[in-house]
Design a protein around this ligand. Sequence first.
Ligand SMILES: N[C@@H](CCC(=O)N[C@@H](CS)C(=O)NCC(=O)O)C(=O)O
Length: 206
Amino acid sequence: MARLYHVPTSRSLRVLWTLEEIGATVEVISLGVRPRLLAPEYLAINPAGTLPALVDGDRAIFESLAICEYLAARHGSDLVVAPGEPERPEYLQWLLYGEATLQAPLSTVARVRRLRDRTPEMQAGIEAVLADARSSLSMRVKLLEQRLEGRDFLVAGRMTLADISVGYPLNTMGKPDFAGLLGPRATAYRERLVERPAFRRAAAVP
Ligand SMILES: N[C@@H](CCC(=O)N[C@@H](CS)C(=O)NCC(=O)O)C(=O)O
């Protein structure tokens, strides 16, 4: 059975959510710590130290959305918008948007907050980076707000991996730190996603 390396709240949540939507399972190896410097046995699998990773036989896959696509396609799931479906280009756009455009400023926020031993000068720089990330987010969610007019899901009139991709950063944006950034449609969409039983089960995996 394939093995998924996982830390709660990390992007492995996207993979667990996908599996729950499909009704498929893998062996979950919960590391408990973010592994970049802390889990040498994981670094032997993924020297970049990023999560998640899926090991399936001789194959190891590292990008969360590549893992979701690999698993969903293998199970013939309609979470994938297949080549030939009319909204395939929009699917690819939103699939990548969730990680490359929405998650990127959130990752910047998480990274600078982890910096230790701050001097006052560092703190001023950190505040500037946080303000910039917040400003990026407020611009970037506008496209989402526009897209959700008259739609329950981002593409193809059904739940797809594009929703799982975007749903991951939206879940983070439910924290008080990001209050006020999401418009009414994105707020309602976020609520619908995180209330899905598959999401709730995935988020509860320790
Ligand atoms: N684009 C990658 C990003 C992977 C990534 O940065 N994961 C975070 C956890 S959510 C991580 O491993 N951070 C620790 C680090 O950067 O060392 C993906 O989607 O899998």
